[in-house]
Design a binder for this molecule. Structure first.
Ligand code: ATR
Length: 279
């Protein structure tokens, strides 16, 4: 019998960890499936998806730079994809193409379950107002923090995002800020959703914004500590975490959507962590 086929599609794609993560999930849950890495030409996303689907593909993870095209291609979308404005998971079925976004849910599961860092009733600061921040906003608000502050270098982008998401913020005090405007405030959880770490930079945060016991989280990860996490540590933060757990959790969320079964993430995360430390 032919195995059900899945893939991650992007450009570039060679270094994606998704094939290994999903192979581990399939082994662990006894699911018969094949998961590949698919390089699409920059101007050939829709063609590549169509070919994969016609050849019997059941679903795709979508990564840089195609998440907006995947959003447009989906014939129906989940609420969290709709609000994220981007799609990282496609599922093909008799009704067409379902678009989902599992990034924000993956972040929240990593924080709340893996890191045992509750969000309900706590003061959360989200740094950045680009695609990564937008994708996290609905799941973060649904986790019920007492306050959610969105701070960005370009203030107008933060203000626009807060306006767009205010209707989901019942019970949460939800505000936009500049980085300097954070002075004098304190937060329990600070999440870096800027791309500053790619340039080995950290957002310029005022001193003293971390409450005692606060967690500093970077959605990015690498073989060495990100610039943001280093800055947080130098500011006295004792609990820091990078985005490797979010990567594994968003994959598990996609796997659960496709297969109807939720894999254990801890062993897979431990294996990736071990390799990253050795890299
Ligand atoms: P992504 O999809 O990774 O979110 P993006 O949509 O291009 O990428 O957004 C990048 C985010 O990182 C933005 O919030 C950007 O701030 P601006 O809106 O002011 O451009 C933020 N960012 C990038 N480099 C930064 C830096 N060096 N310091 C602070 N913020 C930075």
């Amino acid at each position: 019998m032919d195995m059900d086929r899945y893939a991650v599609i992007g450009h570039p794609i060679a270094h994606s960890k998704s094939p290994r993560i999903h192979a581990a999930f399939a082994r662990q849950t006894g699911q018969q499936l094949k998961y590949e890495a698919l390089l699409a030409p920059l101007d050939g996303f829709v063609d590549s998806v169509t070919r994969f689907r016609t050849a019997g593909g059941r679903g795709l993870n979508v990564t840089v730079p195609f998440k907006l095209e995947a959003f447009a291609l989906a014939s129906r979308r989940t609420d969290r994809a709709e609000t994220a404005g981007a799609v990282n998971t496609l599922m093909f079925d008799a009704d067409g193409i379902l678009g989902d976004n599992t990034d924000g849910a993956g972040l929240v599961r990593d924080l709340v379950i893996n890191l045992q860092c509750p969000l309900a009733g706590r003061r959360v600061l989200l740094l950045g107002a680009g695609g990564a921040a937008r994708g996290a906003l609905l799941p973060l608000l649904q986790a019920g923090p007492s306050s959610l502050t969105l701070a960005n270098r370009t203030a107008s982008k933060a203000t626009a995002l807060v306006e767009a998401f205010t209707r989901y913020a019942a019970g949460t005090s939800f505000h936009a800020s500049t980085f300097s405007g954070l002075a004098g405030q304190q937060f329990d959880v600070v999440i870096n959703a800027t791309s500053a770490s790619l340039a080995a930079e950290a957002p310029p945060l005022p001193a003293g914004i971390y409450a005692p016991g606060a967690l500093a989280y970077d959605m990015m990860y690498g073989s060495s500590e990100t610039a943001y996490l280093r800055a947080a540590r130098e500011d006295g933060v004792q609990r820091i975490a990078d985005g490797l757990g979010m990567l594994v959790e968003q994959a598990a969320e996609s796997f659960a959507l496709w297969r109807g079964i939720r894999p254990q993430t801890a062993p897979v995360l431990a294996e990736l962590r071990h390799e990253l430390a050795a890299a």
